[in-house]
Ligand binder design. Structure first.
Ligand SMILES: *Cc1c(COP(=O)(O)O)cnc(C)c1O
Length: 417
């Protein structure tokens, strides 16, 4: 018989009762309606379920379709043959084959930064943010860490760990006044946010750069959604708006989305070699977990070559044309933005039924609704990719309008029309 003593959680930075309680109801309802838990084979850009239903994925973040690019696939196979091993299992700080160094060198040249690779953006943030909190990535002084309220869960989940090393606060979304006030108060301040938000919109990079110049503010950006899709050579939104060439800015970005491969890149400037060594040795999973396998490295090298070629701006242009084509037919709050994600607003009561009808018509879009998002902000999340055909986009838009999407004003015409 247990003594029966129970534990009261503090929930200062996280609350699983709330997250699972709210999130699971959402997932259960999605799955019951056939809009989650789908298994399908990919065949020439179209997905096919075991029951034979075919559909186009309008919820995939490989915005340039590089994930299935023949040269990326070939790069993975070729590197595996060339290195003759998938994962030579030992922390890289002790012994490593040259594969990762080759990739980091290539990405460093591509993005004009010191690049450290990680197995994922989540692993990079989980490892780096606590080192920033303790001042070990920095000049040794502990900073106040301000997390943006909307920052991605991969960063938000490090709050309790960072709070064990320094002071942590959460600010309202892009609250520049709050950040400036803290800069006047504390000698070191880091602000943690997304460079590009998953529901559209970009960080106020230029305004933050002004605070960085004025007060020495440091910013940790996760620019996962805009790497490759945005900027010269696909350097992403943050670095194309404010090319940072000093240690006041760190950008982490997944290679799993538009870059089309696997892993993540941390873009650093101006950090001494010994800081890079501290990252290699102490940044959580970046130090103790295994590095990217050689197939991922080979795919990354091939994708980097595509980024250096004329094909990249051509793919970026095609993506923008697909986005403009969608906007020419369906009106959303994001219409006119260069960001590839659109939220087609729907009432909570009808969004699942709408998602089902769109799926039956041959398109997968993600329904988001209460309780996963606030009441009144439900909708169907649509993601454009360079490889979608104009016909697929027009057909999707017709179905969306049938299920209640707002048609675009007649003044907005198709690109090139
Ligand atoms: C998708 C996404 C991630 C997850 O990236 P992984 O490399 O898969 O961990 C992290 N941050 C943001 C902002 C994302 O959009």
């Amino acid at each position: 018989m247990n003594a029966g003593r129970t534990i009261e959680p503090t929930h200062r930075y996280r609350n699983n009762d709330k997250s699972v309680g709210i999130g699971n109801a959402f997932w259960d309802l999605s799955e019951e309606n056939g809009l989650a838990g789908i298994v399908a084979e990919l065949d020439d850009g179209v997905l096919r379920t075991g029951e034979g239903h075919t559909f186009v994925n309008f919820s995939c973040c490989s915005y340039l379709d590089l994930d299935s690019h023949p040269r990326v696939i070939e790069g993975a196979v070729e590197a595996l043959r060339r290195y003759g091993v998938l994962d030579h299992c030992i922390p890289r700080s002790r012994v490593q084959i040259p594969a990762l160094l080759e990739l980091e060198h290539s990405l460093g040249e591509l993005f004009s930064a010191d690049v450290v690779s990680a197995i994922s953006a989540s692993a990079a943030s989980a490892g780096l943010l606590p080192l920033i909190a303790s001042g070990h990535v920095g000049d040794g002084e502990r900073p106040l860490m301000i997390f943006d309220k909307n920052c991605h869960v991969s960063m938000a989940q490090t709050k309790p760990v960072c709070a064990d090393e320094t002071e942590v606060v959460t600010c309202r979304h892009h609250d520049l006044d709050f950040i400036e006030a803290r800069c006047k108060e504390y000698s070191r301040v880091w602000y943690v946010c997304d460079g590009s938000d998953s529901l559209g919109g970009y960080a106020p990079v230029a305004e933050l750069a002004a605070l960085q110049d004025r007060y020495g503010l440091q910013v940790y950006y996760d620019d996962s959604h805009s790497l490759s899709a945005f900027g010269p050579r696909g350097v992403g939104y943050v670095r194309s708006v404010a090319p940072a060439a000093n240690d006041r800015t760190v950008v982490v970005a997944t290679l799993n989305k538009a870059f089309g491969t696997s892993g993540a890149a941390v873009l650093l400037d101006g950090h001494p070699k010994r800081t890079l060594r501290v990252i290699e040795r102490f940044a959580g999973a970046m130090s103790y977990s295994q590095p990217l396998n050689t197939a991922a490295v080979g795919a990354g090298l091939a994708s980097a070559e595509i980024h250096r070629s004329e094909e990249l701006p051509a793919l970026q242009k095609r993506l923008q044309e697909k986005i403009a084509l969608f906007d020419a037919h369906v009106e959303t709050a994001q219409s006119g933005s260069t960001f590839p994600i659109r939220l087609v607003p729907m009432d909570d009561e009808v969004v699942v039924e709408a998602g089902k009808r769109v799926f039956e018509a041959g398109f997968y879009v993600s329904p988001v609704f209460f309780p996963i998002v606030a009441r009144g902000t439900a909708g169907l999340r649509v993601m454009m990719r360079a490889g979608q055909t104009d016909e697929q986009i027009r057909d999707l838009c017709s179905v969306l309008v049938e299920v209640g999407a707002r048609p675009a004003p007649a003044t907005r015409t198709e690109p090139g029309a």
